[in-house]
Design a protein around this ligand. Structure first.
Ligand SMILES: [Zn+2]
Length: 415
């Protein structure tokens, strides 16, 4: 179907970033803001766009014409850090935190990741897929069209493999773009002999299967004291790189554990959290092109500090914001809300904030040639909001759902 959207009040394209696939040094001009715009989609991709009026030769090719009636159009949001597949709930932990317990105290009592591991292992395949799909629908309703999903609540060879296979089935059943990441190194399993023994098993038994069957595009590891050290994770990361997988890292959330520097050394696509990243680590990340992914939802939820984006921006490091959607420390599929809060608390400008939830995370997921921006040849993923401007979108803190969400040129939801 060839679709023409006309009378768009304001459209943010982020076009200027796409030709050089740039995620850093973002300026206001990089918004590619068009007032009174039109957008022409040829089946699943953007074929042309510009300011009104619509040229006659474009209009004559349109199979359907949609009057946007002055609405705001933004590229589909891209969430580059989620833990969307898990069993069980941890709502009791929220209440415990209100009573003063810290994330670490809850984890020490068998809560936290280990609680979700238990819930996930006990859940059937059907339960896991059903709940993950429900969550994906909630993401989509909030304008998110690309979602990275990590494993990490299996924490055993068979269980991690099962999660990857379930994600593969989900990928085939939804039109949203799903990027699978093997986060087998999420925590040291309570039943493991040692961290080293577990890493060895995952590296030697699981990784070859994952590579051979293309079950993941990325691997991830939680580098933190009490989780995995850089040295413990290194054999896994190196083997994954050798097999053609990209690298993401949970880095420097609770302490400076050398995660940012290691991510740069491993030429990781992203290092995430980063509250305690060192100056040297930040500079190394900028040089290696590693995207800094900030997760303000976790700070809101657990009361840990927000990551200050400014040292990263000054170092010319690309900065993204993701939800870190997970059952215990950020139960929030509302990436738009986190863009507003992230802008406020992590110190981003409006243009850095919208790029941080669209084009920059797309780049970090290796999708910088077709996602996260409205540009010719890109997938026609976008959301329509009954708002006047990007500024209104940011200031209303993700409370207003888009009136329409379009995925690959097809309208999936209208409300
Ligand atoms: Zn995470």
């Amino acid at each position: 179907m060839r679709t023409l959207l006309e009378n768009i009040g304001e459209m943010i394209t982020l076009q200027p970033l796409t030709s050089e696939q740039r995620g850093h040094s973002i300026k206001e001009e990089d918004l590619g803001r068009i007032h009174n715009a039109w957008l022409f989609c040829d089946n699943s991709t953007v074929a042309a766009l510009g300011p009104m009026p619509v040229p006659a030769d474009i209009r004559k090719f349109a199979g359907q014409v949609v009057d946007a009636k002055g609405a705001l159009v933004l590229p589909g949001l891209v969430d580059a850090h989620t833990h969307t597949i898990f069993g069980g709930t941890r709502f009791d932990e929220f209440a415990q935190r209100l009573n003063g317990a810290s994330y670490q105290e809850i984890a020490a009592k068998g809560g936290g990741i280990q609680a979700s591991v238990k819930g996930t292992r006990q859940a059937s395949d059907e339960e896991l897929m059903k709940s993950a799909k429900r969550r994906l629908t909630r993401f989509l309703r909030r304008g998110v069209t690309t979602v990275e999903i990590k494993t990490g609540y299996g924490l055993a060879f068979k269980q991690e493999l099962r999660l990857l296979k379930l994600i593969q089935v989900i990928r085939k059943n939804v039109r949203m773009e799903i990027v699978p990441t093997l986060l087998a190194l999420h925590a040291v399993p309570a039943d493991a002999k040692s961290a080293e023994a577990y890493v060895e098993e995952i590296t030697k038994r699981l990784l070859p299967l994952v590579i051979e069957n293309k079950l993941a595009r990325y691997v991830d590891a939680f580098i933190e004291s009490g989780y995995f050290s850089v040295e413990q994770a290194e054999p896994f990361i190196r083997a994954a790189e050798k097999g053609g997988l990209g690298v993401r890292v949970h880095a420097d959330e609770f302490s400076n554990s050398g995660g940012a520097a290691a991510a740069a050394k491993w030429k990781a696509a992203s290092a995430d959290h980063l509250q305690h990243a060192s100056k040297e680590g930040i500079q190394a990340m900028a040089l290696s092109g590693t995207v800094a992914i900030l997760l303000p939802g976790t700070s809101l939820y657990t009361g840990i500090p927000f990551t200050d984006a400014r040292p990263f921006l000054e170092a010319k490091c690309a900065v993204a914001i993701a939800s870190d959607f997970n059952p215990g420390s950020s139960f929030c599929e509302n990436l738009a809300q986190l863009a507003s809060l992230g802008a406020l608390h992590c110190h981003l400008t409006s243009w850095q904030a919208i790029a941080a939830v669209t084009y920059v995370p797309a780049l970090s997921l290796g999708l910088g040639d077709r996602k996260g921006a409205l540009e010719i040849g890109f997938d026609a993923d976008f959301a329509v909001y009954r708002m006047a401007s990007l500024e209104e979108w940011l200031a209303t803190m993700g409370q207003r759902l888009p009136s329409e969400v379009w995925l690959k040129g097809e309208k999936l939801h209208s409300y």
